[in-house]
Design a protein around this ligand. Structure first.
Ligand code: SF4
Length: 216
C-alpha cells in the first residue's frame, strides 16, 4: 500500500517503460534511456500505433465500470513517471471505485516478467496517487486478442521495486553495459544498433556500414 515517505525528487523520475526495458535487458535500457537510441521496425511501429489508438479514445462508462485512457502516472516513492494505457475504475460501493490498470501489448504473453513488472509499476503509481490499494490488473495481447489477468502479489511488487532501483542506478551512471548475446537478442528491436555478436556476422557488417555513413 501507499508509503507517504517520498524518496525521489521530480528531476530524478525515470519512465515506467524503463523498468520493462531493464527487466528485458539492462543494455537495451541504457541504449534507450541513456543514449536515446531508438529503432522503429515494423513491429515497434505496430506497437506504437496500437498505444496511440488506445490513448486517443475518450473516457467511457459501462455499467459499474468507468474506463479512462492515457492516464498520467507518477510515483515519487519509486521515482517513476509515465502513462497508463487504460485504467478501469470498478464500482465497489456507492462512492468507492477500484482502479484496475490494463496495458496493451502487440505480441503474446512471454515467459519473462518484463510486461508484468511494467504493469505492476503502473499499479504502484496508482496506489500512491490515489491512496488506494490496486491488487489486480491485466495485459491485453494483440496477437492472441486475450487479456492476461495479473495479481500484484508481494513477490511481483518486490521485483518491480528492485527493477526501479536498478534501472535508476543504471540510467544515473550514464554507462551502457557491454552486449551479451543471448536468446532474447532475437526478439530485441535494437539488435542492429547493439551489435551483440562479434564483427563478421552479416548484420554487424551492415550495421557498421550504416553507422559509418550516418555518423557526422
Ligand atoms: S541485442 Fe541483446 S544484448 Fe543487445 S540490447 Fe538487445 S537484448 Fe540486449
Amino acid at each position: 500500500m501507499t508509503n507517504t515517505t517520498y524518496t525521489h525528487s521530480e528531476d530524478e523520475l525515470i519512465m515506467v517503460s524503463a523498468l520493462q526495458h531493464y527487466a528485458f535487458c539492462p543494455r537495451q535500457c541504457a541504449l534507450i534511456h541513456v543514449e536515446q537510441v531508438w529503432s522503429e521496425s515494423g513491429l515497434t511501429a505496430e506497437g506504437r500505433i496500437m498505444h496511440e489508438k488506445v490513448h486517443e479514445q475518450d473516457r467511457e462508462s459501462r455499467g459499474n465500470v468507468r474506463i479512462e485512457y492515457g492516464i498520467p502516472l507518477r510515483s515519487l516513492k519509486l521515482g517513476l513517471v509515465g502513462k497508463a494505457d487504460v485504467v478501469e475504475f470498478r464500482r465497489v460501493s456507492k462512492d468507492t471505485w477500484q482502479p484496475f490498470p490494463v496495458e496493451y501489448k502487440r505480441g503474446k504473453p512471454k515467459l519473462d516478467h518484463c510486461d508484468l513488472i511494467q504493469l505492476c509499476a503502473q499499479a504502484l503509481c496508482l496506489e500512491e496517487m490515489l491512496s488506494v490499494s490496486v491488487p489486480n490488473g491485466a495485459i491485453f495481447y494483440g496477437r492472441t486478442h486475450r487479456r492476461l489477468d495479473v495479481t500484484f502479489d508481494v513477490a511481483l511488487r518486490k521485483e518491480t521495486e528492485e527493477a526501479a532501483e536498478q534501472a535508476r542506478k543504471l540510467i544515473a551512471s550514464g554507462i551502457t553495459p557491454p552486449p551479451v548475446y543471448e536468446k532474447r537478442c532475437k526478439r530485441c528491436s535494437l539488435i542492429e544498433e547493439c551489435i551483440p555478436k562479434p564483427i563478421g556476422k552479416k548484420f554487424s557488417v551492415k550495421h557498421y556500414i550504416k553507422r559509418a555513413i550516418d555518423s557526422p
